[in-house]
Design a protein around this ligand. Structure first.
Ligand SMILES: *Cc1c(COP(=O)(O)O)cnc(C)c1O
Length: 297
């Protein structure tokens, strides 16, 4: 099956927010597919194109038990008739996370490795034999191929009129994709979901050609304690944001993006001529790990 086929991969909507005088809009990448949602799909497109170009029949990637990237890879491969392998950080738990249950349901073969082994980025011995048949996708879909998977979308959506584009940052691939080739008047701002990940600037710069870095700014102060950390204030914010805009968010990435945006907005960061685009990068499946009843959506 070709990667653009399938009924659910429509052009994402851009929704203006009346609550912010329609000077702010949200790019709903979360809506492109119910499972292969958000920025993960676009990053995977780049790797899938590479697999198709090289005649490889499988993707092999890495992630944690709640990884949006793992489930997106599993579902995308199932959709396209490719095999998928997931190297999962941490020992095999008796009770699988919902994310891993779903990934297995999509036919992903899971291989659990200790945190130390995971950190070393060595392939487990049982996967070494098949690695040559696979495209290896770095954790989170980081990399040039991941960035290139956004090109078609970037070209289809005319984004030149926006003065600011804000998106949540994990590996930096998505923010780099929006910054790459952005016009000089446009500021691209990434909101880091990680605490003190000060190598992010380098990771982004590495993906960009020289001279592009000037347009990217990464905010490091909206992580709420660190990756996948949250508190009552963040959950309350998610509900308030939903009531205000009708837009659901995930607690790991997009809630912190929208929160950071509202802080910047209230602080007068955006001038009167601003035209802001917030990239909803998806991730809603991750909310399944929150206590039931936390959210109104
Ligand atoms: C993975 C993820 C990100 C991070 O994207 P990067 O390209 O790795 O920076 C942002 N938002 C959501 C919802 C994600 O799942």
């Amino acid at each position: 099956m070709h990667i653009n086929s399938g009924p659910s991969f429509g052009q994402p909507r851009i929704i203006p927010l009346a609550a912010f005088g329609n000077k702010v809009a949200v790019l709903r990448l979360d809506e492109v597919h119910p499972v292969i949602a958000g920025n993960k799909w676009y990053k995977l497109k780049g790797y899938i194109s590479a697999a198709q170009a090289q005649g490889k029949k499988a993707l092999l990637t890495f992630g944690g038990a709640y990884s949006n990237h793992i489930i997106a890879t599993a579902a995308a491969c199932a959709h396209l008739g490719l095999k998928s392998y997931g190297v999962i950080r941490g020992e095999r738990a008796p009770q699988r996370s919902p994310t891993l249950q779903d990934a297995e349901g999509y036919g992903m073969e899971l291989c659990f490795v200790s945190r130390e082994a995971y950190r070393s980025k060595q392939l487990p011995p049982e996967l070494e034999a098949i690695a040559s048949e696979c495209i290896i996708v770095p954790e989170g879909g980081y990399g040039k191929e991941g960035m290139e998977g956004f090109w078609a979308l970037r070209n289809e959506l005319a984004l030149g009129d926006y003065t600011h584009i804000l998106c949540a940052v994990g590996t930096g691939t998505t923010v780099a994709a929006f910054a790459h080739g952005a016009p000089a008047h446009q500021q691209v701002i990434g909101i880091s979901a990680l605490k003190n990940n000060l190598s992010l600037e380098d990771a982004v710069e590495h993906l960009l050609q020289q001279g592009q870095k000037a347009y990217v700014h990464i905010e490091h102060n909206f992580h709420f304690g660190g990756y996948a950390k949250y508190n009552k204030e963040l959950l309350q914010f998610m509900n308030t944001w939903y009531r205000l805009t009708g837009i659901p968010s995930d607690f790991v990435y997009t809630a912190k993006l929208f929160y950071a945006f509202t802080q910047l907005w209230e602080g007068g960061f955006f001038g009167p001529q601003s035209n802001v685009l917030l990239v909803h990068s998806g991730g809603l499946q991750g909310n399944r790990s929150l206590p039931p009843g936390s959210l109104i959506f």
